[in-house]
Design a binder for this molecule. Structure first.
Ligand SMILES: [Zn+2]
Length: 132
């Protein structure tokens, strides 16, 4: 079956059938070497990676919530919002790192040298007595 690139109209012989014209064009574009098709694939990959990271954020927030709950610190809905929007800013590189302190728990959101988003959790217990 013949399929055409969305950008340069280059024809590709596909070894499969397509349900729609759009599906055929998508297939051809994913296999074309013209500049626009290469850019389209790069943009699509970047978008997919971002979506994957966004899904990871929800899991990481859940893990932070459990970490806090085990130590008797409970989240309010706003805490989840702050963590989520903070993580998005770090992911999109508007902010390098975010530090949040909830009671005796410190949370740091940043990217590691490989560019992977990480949530560091630290619980510290100190006793302080005022000497009078
Ligand atoms: Zn093309």
């Amino acid at each position: 079956m013949l399929a055409h690139c969305k950008f340069c109209d280059f024809q590709i012989i596909a070894d499969r059938e397509f349900k729609t014209e759009e599906e055929a064009a998508e297939y051809a574009t994913m296999h074309c070497d013209c500049g626009d098709a290469v850019q389209y694939r790069a943009d699509k990959e970047r978008e997919e990676l971002r979506e994957k990271n966004v899904r990871r954020i929800e899991g990481a927030i859940e893990s932070v919530r459990e970490f806090c709950q085990k130590r008797g610190v409970f989240f309010v809905e706003n805490t989840t919002e702050i963590l989520r929007s903070g993580a998005m800013c770090v992911l999109d590189e508007f902010i390098d790192a975010i530090n949040i302190k909830i009671s005796q728990i410190k949370i740091v959101i940043q990217k590691n040298p490989k560019g992977v988003l990480i949530f560091k959790k630290n619980y510290s217990e100190t006793n302080q007595e005022e000497v009078v």
